[in-house]
Every structure is written in structure tokens, then in C-alpha cells.
Design a protein around this ligand. Sequence first.
Ligand code: XMP
Length: 184
Amino acid sequence: MQRDVDQVLIPRAQIAQRVGELATQITADRSAAAEDGQITILPIMTGAMIFCADLIREIPITMQIGLITVSSYPGRSVISQGAQVIGQQLGDVKGRDVLLLDDILDTGATLRLVKGVLEEKGAASVKTCVLLRKDRPSAQSFAADYVGFEIPDVFVVGYGLDFNNHYRNLPDIVTLKEEVLARP
Ligand code: XMP
């Protein structure tokens, strides 16, 4: 797996530090805005799984966790094929403040889709937090409330992000060698 890596874009220590900063900011905003207990954290599966696990353990407030699975890069795709909800276990979101977590903001289609689902189900508010935002105009078209890192417009894997459902367990955020992406 390591030999498929081209460059380490964000090393694990830098991710951990930034995740801590995001958690501090989210906790402070939440404490200023509302009473404890009404927040639902909704990671978008599968990419946000590791980000969510690390982030929520640094947010010391009462919360519920839901799950939603969206697919936009099926199989070996490195270009979005359009976002589609393929599974959900939202819990009760009606009247609740929801914080959506995603690994990366690219075209904005995923967050737009899931925000729409939550608004339809009567969430009181929906905020969004992404670990990465690609430096491309379409990513700016969706205003995320919290952004971890801006990255160049390249395909990345690791820390939950995948290629063909591999590499999610790499602890750093990396790019892959051209020949790996081109393998039949
Ligand atoms: P959109 O285009 O909906 O993209 O904003 C968000 C979803 O697309 C996936 N995505 C990537 N996955 N490396 C990946 O492994 C990437 O560089 C990448 N760019 C987008 C991801 O699932 C995200 O939730």
C-alpha cells in the first residue's frame, strides 16, 4: 500500500492538530448558541468515518450520531459520477441541530444533496464541516461552515478517503502514483 503513494500532502500530526482546532471552534460556537443535548452529528459515509471518530472525541457536549452513505466516486472513478444516497440511518433529526461531516468538498453535490434531505425531514438547522476543500471554483460554490484544509485540485486518499475502496486506512492524506490510478 505504501509503495503506491506518490506524495504525502498532509501528515498525520498536522491532521490531528487541525482536527483539535476544529473541535474547539465547534464546541465554542455550540456552547454560545444553544443548550447542550440537541446536536446530531451526521458523518457522510464512508469517507468521513475516521474524521468523525477523531473529531467527536474532542467535542465534550451531549450528542447523537446518525449515518448517511453517499456514493459519487464508485469503483475506480477519480471524477465525480454524481452524488447518490445509497443508505441512511439518520435517527430522529426533526427539530434538531445537525452538524454534517464530510471528508472533502469537491463539487459540492454531496453536501447539497444531504442538506436537502435533512431540511425535508425537518432539521432545525444544518451546519457543515469538511476536513478538506479542493481549490476549484465548484468547491467555493458551497459555503461550508468549517473547513480543515484547502488542498490543490488533485485526487487524494488516506484518512478515510479511498480509491476503489482501498487506502482508507492510510494515516496521512496522500496522492497516488499515476500508474496506480491508471491500472486496469
Ligand atoms: P463532491 O463533489 O460531492 O465530493 O463535493 C464529495 C465526495 O466526493 C468524494 N471525493 C473524493 N474522494 N479523493 C477521494 O477519495 C478525492 O480527491 C475526492 N474528491 C471527492 C468524497 O467521497 C466526497 O465525500
